[in-house]
Design a protein around this ligand. Structure first.
Ligand code: EPZ
Length: 420
């Protein structure tokens, strides 16, 4: 495991383009398998989760080629239905291959997904839907084998909105015999992007972005290309990096309609922002107030993926900020690492009370998940002295060039490779 050295007491200033969205790219890449031909994805983030998904597609027989941030996928020939053990466990979104492979081949042998340890993260909603659509599910060693000659149309209501289960259901429904109506769906932007992508390939889907989505089934797909949208979580992380350093950060191509809740919280702490076309201009020179109470929620609520970076900023704000996490049952782990830097955080059930302002002190800390790792960098930017963040590979799962971006804005981050 490598580490990064984060210089403290910096003030970030400047303009940065926002990377392509990890959580949009991954289900779309899984969806490419549905089409017996070419899919071209522009603005694809070059991050380890994308490379893992690319490897799984190649293991199925797909051809892949990169041209800069354009990923060309050729899924004309799919010659296998088993995902190599070990690959699935590296990330959550391997689970998306269940829906697309069931749709394309009627069979998939796959391990349980991995992903950030932020809760139990079962896949019961996914499996229940596939069973309803007629799939048989057997256990084979540590893997599951899902099979179904032809998925049938259903009206299926999820127990609670689940991003992954909604995406998996959409992917499985593309070739279903009759229409599939999914209810109590997640409304995250990534669902709308997946549906827009599938529509551009020829699928007939309505209702994405609402609680009910209807996929016509029996699709006839054709070659297509799609531009991966900007990553709302990477953009939010950069806004919060500017906030913790009281700097002025501009984000080119920030997803304007996907940052509302974050920007409301940013204004509560004293941040000021404006838009100049597609560029978000943020000015954090007046950031100092606590944010009161922030509760994470399904979209359009405050995104759970920005909860840890926000917690890091709250350490530097005046008074007590109360953060309630309602999506994952174990997403406060970074609080322990922030406390090593001097943060004063009390956890009661699913609520974290963050007292500030505290002069954070740089020290050795350990990333334990993707967004928690990003939060440690955010805290290190404001801390006195240097912060050594170990296991930074977690960060590189979702952020393409976070360190370089921070350094371009005036930060001082050095990566120490694990081999040294
Ligand atoms: C997606 O995870 C994202 N990952 C997560 O981002 C994000 O935090 C999450 O959605 C919520 O927005 C990707 O898109 C690759 P869920 P997902 O299914 O699909 C429970 C990041 O940092 N649940 O909406 O796994 C689950 O345990 C990552 O980029 C079940 O109980 O999230 C959780 O409590 C982290 N059974 C809740 O639902 C199921 O079958 C919401 O999970 C499925 C989910």
């Amino acid at each position: 495991m490598g580490k990064i050295l984060v210089g403290g007491e910096v003030c970030l200033k400047g303009e940065i383009p926002v990377q392509g969205s990890k959580n949009a790219a991954l289900p779309i890449m899984a969806g490419a398998i549905l089409h017996r031909g070419y899919t071209v994805l522009h603005n694809c983030p070059r991050i380890s989760d994308v490379y893992n998904m690319e490897q799984m597609l190649k293991d199925f027989g797909a051809g892949t080629r990169w041209e800069g941030h354009t990923l060309i996928l050729d899924c004309s020939q799919i010659c296998g239905t088993a995902v190599k053990e070990g690959l699935c466990g590296r990330m959550r979104s391997s689970v998306m291959l269940m829906g697309s492979m069931l749709g394309r081949c009627g069979r998939v042998q796959i391990g349980y997904p991995g992903g950030c340890v932020i809760g139990k993260r079962p896949i019961d909603y996914h499996l229940k839907l596939f069973t309803d659509m007629g799939a048989a599910i057997e256990r084979k060693g540590r893997q599951l084998v899902l099979s179904c000659k032809e998925l049938k149309g259903v009206r299926h209501r999820f127990p609670r909105p689940s991003v992954g289960a909604t995406e998996n259901g959409i992917l499985a429904a593309v070739y279903a015999r009759e229409p599939v109506i999914l209810e109590n769906c997640a409304r995250e932007p990534e669902i709308r992007h997946l549906c827009a992508f599938l529509r551009c390939m020829g699928a007939d889907i309505e209702g994405d972005g609402t609680g009910s989505i209807c996929i016509a089934g029996n699709s006839r797909l054709h070659d297509g290309e799609y531009t991966i949208p900007a990553d709302r979580i990477a953009a939010g992380t950069l806004v919060l990096s500017g906030a913790v350093t009281r700097g002025q950060v501009s984000l080119v191509g920030a997803p304007r309609e996907e940052l509302d809740e974050l920007l409301k919280v940013y204004e509560k702490m004293g941040g000021q922002f404006s838009w100049n076309g597609g560029t978000l201009l943020t000015d954090s020179r007046r950031v100092r107030n606590n944010v009161g109470e922030v509760t994470t929620a399904v979209h359009p609520g405050f995104p759970t993926d920005l909860q840890s970076p926000l917690m890091a900023v709250c350490c530097t704000l005046e008074g007590v900020s109360r953060i309630r996490e309602t999506i994952f049952e174990d997403r406060f782990r970074v609080a322990g690492q922030l406390s090593r830097m001097g943060a004063r955080i009390r956890i009661m059930d699913n609520e974290a009370m963050v007292e500030g302002p505290v002069r954070l002190t740089g020290c050795a800390v350990r990333a334990q998940d993707l967004r928690g790792g990003a939060a440690l960098v955010v805290a290190g930017l404001a801390a006195r002295g240097q912060t050594v963040v170990e296991c930074q590979e977690y960060i590189e799962r979702g952020y393409e060039s976070f360190y370089e971006e921070i350094n371009l804005l005036g930060g001082r981050i050095v990566k120490i490779d694990s081999k040294t």
